[in-house]
Ligand binder design. Sequence first.
Ligand code: ATP
Ligand code: MG
Length: 404
Amino acid sequence: MQKFENPFRPGAGHTPPYLAGRDAERAEFSKLLRQSTVMENLVLTGLRGVGKTVLLEEFRPIATGEGWLWAGNDLSESASVSESSLAQRFLVDLSVVTSGIVIEIDPGRQVGFAPASERVTSRMDYEMLAHVYDSTPGLVMDKLKAVLEFAAFHLGREGSDRLVFAYDEAQNLADNDSNEQYPLSLLLDTFQSLQRKGIRFMLVLTGLPTLFPKLVEARTYAERMFRVVQLDRLTESESRDAVELPIQKEECPVTFRPETVARIVSESGGYPYFIQFYGKEIFDVWKKQNDADEAMNASFDGIQRKLDIDFFSGRWARLTDRQREMIWTIAQLEHPEAEFEIPDVVDRSKSVLDKPFSASHTNQMLASLAEKGFVYKTRTGKYTFAVPLLKEFVLRNYQTSSER
Ligand SMILES: Nc1ncnc2c1ncn2[C@@H]1O[C@H](COP(=O)(O)OP(=O)(O)OP(=O)(O)O)[C@@H](O)[C@H]1O
Ligand SMILES: [Mg+2]
């Protein structure tokens, strides 16, 4: 008999065995694909591990099925540092879809290359795009636009002029006054200008919840340029499907009892990464144990400890003592998973800490916690935790100096 492998896939960007839910998001994306002139682009945001990368991958066949071409990549920090590095990123990604196109080029430009009387053709590969880029005078934006318009023209002649540019981790993009680099504005201005001209290139950006406020801060018109889809935790029944469907297979050696499934659903809080994590661990434990039910509680505790080490500890280690006290204080709020404001934290710290925080100190600390990716500031100026299930981790593991 074939060995049935553990189907669960906790990990960044790993396709889950069953992608639960997300029907509304898929429908929203399909709607955008039906625009005859691209007026709206997509921003897909959500907390760490909520499933942005795998959903973006799901979007690809939807788009190509509707006749769109697809280009894209991760916007790593290095691709985002300067305008020209971002432009390079676009050239490389665009060349993947254009390199199959062969066009006739002006032989006069190819002196010593071929007799002027002969037809000269060349593939629209990276070198050709880079040539268009380099030979266009002006700013980075002029050059990038020239390349994209050139590509749009030839793609149109080939009969497929609709192209999605999909970029993951787009929260890395930022304008930077100190070195006078504005890659984020470059991206927005370029696409706005192309779309105004009727070129059917659509942007799909995914990233942490800071992404959309950043876009709007760079260019207020970004508000109208993007449809924002916020990915949330899965519902209870979607979470159950995510746990159960991958193991409801004939060859599967393991079954989870309804209590086990319910426990995974509640411990994971409906967050996809945690569902995969618990699913994987429990599958392994159950496979080894004959009398799984008795061991259930012990196993969950062990798995939780492992989760704390695998997912949270590394992040936690990057905080100072005082920052940890602040996170702990926030975890003591009545609804720490909802938005909170500076006075909430100040008030709470008076009752739970020996050394409470002042308002200005709180303000400063929240800014540094935002930089470290623990909280983020919403567009209304409130804050929320940026790491799922952070409250639960903190309350499980952390005691303040006064408690100790
Ligand atoms: N709808 C879903 N159903 C089941 N599992 C899912 C679903 N979406 C994501 N997952 C799983 O959750 C984990 C995280 O997914 P993914 O890497 O796409 O999240 P992300 O939002 O891109 O995270 P990050 O912000 O860290 O990049 C993966 O293990 C993936 O298999
Ligand atoms: Mg991701």
